[in-house]
Design a protein around this ligand. Structure first.
Ligand code: ATP
Ligand code: MG
Length: 559
């Protein structure tokens, strides 16, 4: 546990580990996180990472990072690097325990030979389509391949020749000889090896046959002495196959326990779909701030603490469900509320001229950096005759219950004075308000209303002292909670998921803010300096999340 975090709530997997340690079924807790380097990690992976690394940490064991790199056609070093960066960013460390399924290619090959010799594996000449046709259905047994019962020695020679590259891709596979009538289709002579004349990012051209995930996974766990192999529910039906392989080889059995994967509303989590969004340019990359990837969330302004807190709150269960993205937003809001410095930023500027404020005068007014954290101290904000306020904070005429600025009405300028609007200038043809004039009460410095009622407080920046910025407002990438349910998930994309505002004005204290630094723009939300792009407008800020918490409402409604 990282210092300062709350103790972990229990769950059935944690209970199982405790029980296994108590009964000495295992002497320690060794887990692994096994990503396939065919995409970037997403928030669902974070759930698995927090579980795998969290349990190892809690029970003084270790957690391996193992790349399941068995399919070189879809994998790359870029993904490997991104995955390592993201696991570290999330706050976890595999220490010396970095492994790859490809480390075991020779061992897996030798084991395959062992099974062939034992008469429990064979080389099949059926094509992929024919194998599928022979597999049968859930209610109907499969049919045996005509190549299943050749004399045993022949298979050894054929497998050796497959390895040497004598056969073309797809012309032969190695299969386990189990049972074509098995109720569990995973046991109907699963494919162990296929031919892929593709270089591998780690083993280069050494191999042209590659193990299937199912043939590699259980044995990799076994080789590494993993005690608890935690995986998502879809592998429950594969467990009998992993057991069959381990038994057939007579090697150590880890304990596999399955849990429900995280599904998050208003997004997709399949790597295939995320890759489509990247490749088709729907988003700007795997780290687009609208993506549910860890790289995207980081760029959006999420903290590792907020994501770990989220993973803790959703818990670990055995039944699939859909988590509302509002909970994730709630977690980051809570975290940033504690740590983000407050700043003034005007997103859509409207000029406010204080007619009775001396020209050329500049005042420094103290402003609190973070009311939640007194140690964050104060800063000085610069006040002058010409300011910018939000266009939204002035209305003529004002709608009912409007407590911001309108002709004749008073409003408090945050940290500064009370002002009263006295006039507006409108564009000659469009009628758009281009400037508001007001007077200020010099006695109200610091916002002191001196007995009168001033309901509204608005933010502002000094026109001459503020700096320009681009601010990107994000909304969810999909407009419906379950885009996966549509025939084409892309038909559910939210056309308003990004609104980029240029010409925003922010207080000078933000000048030089480093990439990834996070702030609360008062009355607006939490924002983070973009780490990738540059803009002629100056700094680029990504909106992490607005201030209004929709989760509290949802929770109340549900409870
Ligand atoms: P694919 O859909 O491409 O098979 P995957 O999401 O299963 O990919 P992997 O790289 O195989 O991706 O996942 C690594 C680990 O993360 C696995 O143990 C997997 O069970 C777990 N994992 C993946 N997605 C989720 C999710 N949404 N929630 C929880 N765990 C997940
Ligand atoms: Mg997978």
């Amino acid at each position: 546990m990282t210092p300062g975090e709350t103790p972990k709530a229990s769950n059935f997997i944690r209970d199982a580990v405790i029980e296994d340690l108590r009964t000495r079924r295992f002497e320690g807790a060794v887990t692994r996180f096994p990503p396939e380097p065919n995409g970037y990690l997403h928030i669902g992976h974070a759930k698995a990472i927090c579980l795998d690394f969290g349990l190892a940490q809690e029970f003084g064991g270790r957690c391996h990072l193992r790349f399941d790199d068995t399919n070189p056609t879809k994998e790359s070093q870029e993904y490997v690097d991104a995955i390592m960066r993201d696991v570290r960013w999330l706050g976890f460390d595999w220490g010396a325990h970095l492994y790859h399924a490809s480390d075991y290619f020779q061992q897996l090959y030798d084991w395959a030979v062992q099974l062939i010799k034992a008469g429990t594996a064979y080389v099949d000449d059926l094509s992929a389509g024919e194998i599928r046709d022979h597999r049968g259905t859930l209610t109907e047994a499969g049919r045996e391949s005509p190549y299943r019962n050749r004399p045993g020695e022949e298979y050894l020679g054929l497998f050796e020749r497959m390895r040497r590259g004598e056969f073309a891709d797809g012309t032969k596979v190695l299969r386990a000889k189990i049972d074509m009538a098995a109720g569990n289709v995973n046991l109907r002579d699963p494919v162990m090896y296929r031919i892929r004349k593709t270089a591998h990012q780690r083993t280069g051209d050494t191999w042209c046959i590659y193990p299937m995930y199912d043939w590699a996974h259980g044995q990799s766990d076994s080789i590494e002495g993993v005690t608890h192999s935690l995986c998502t529910l879809e592998y429950e039906d594969h467990r009998p196959l992993y057991d069959w392989y381990l038994d057939a080889l007579g090697i150590y059995h880890p304990r596999q326990i399955e849990f429900a994967r995280l599904n998050l509303s208003h997004t997709v989590m399949s790597k295939r779909k995320l890759l489509t969004l990247v490749e088709e340019g729907v988003v700007s990359g795997w780290d687009d701030p609208r993506m549910p990837t860890l790289a995207g969330l980081r760029r959006r302004g999420y903290t590792p603490e907020a994501i770990r807190d989220f993973c803790e709150r959703i818990g670990i269960a055995k039944a699939d469900n859909l988590v509302d993205v509002a909970l994730l937003e709630h977690c980051v809001r809570e975290d940033l509320n504690k740590r983000a410095l407050r700043r003034l930023a005007v997103l859509r500027p409207l000029k406010l001229v204080i007619e009775n404020y001396p020209e050329g005068q500049v005042e420094e007014l103290p402003a609190v950096n973070n009311p939640e954290d007194p140690s964050a101290g104060t800063r000085k904000v610069l006040f002058s005759r010409v300011l910018y306020i939000e266009q939204d904070d002035f209305r003529d005429p004002p709608p009912p219950k409007y407590f911001r600025l309108s002709p004749g009405a008073e409003v408090r300028l945050r940290y500064a004075y009370i002002v009263k609007a006295t006039g507006v200038t409108k564009h000659a043809t469009t009628g758009e308000i281009t400037e508001v004039r007001c007077t200020y009460d010099p006695e109200s410095r610091g916002g002191d209303a001196r007995g009168r009622k001033v309901k509204g407080t608005i933010h502002w920046v000094s026109a001459a002292h503020s700096i320009s910025a681009e601010i990107r407002l994000y909304d969810s990438l999909f407009s419906v909670p379950k885009p996966d349910e549509a025939d084409d998930f892309k038909s559910e994309l939210n056309p308003r998921s990004l609104e980029a505002l240029s010409g925003c004005r922010v207080e000078p204290a933000l000048a030089g803010a480093p990439p990834e630094s996070r702030f609360q723009f008062e009355r607006q939300g939490y924002f983070c300096v973009d780490s990738r792009d540059s803009s002629p407008s100056g700094l680029i800020f990504n909106r992490t999340v607005g201030l209004r918490d929709t989760w509290a409402k949802i929770e109340k409604g549900a409870g």
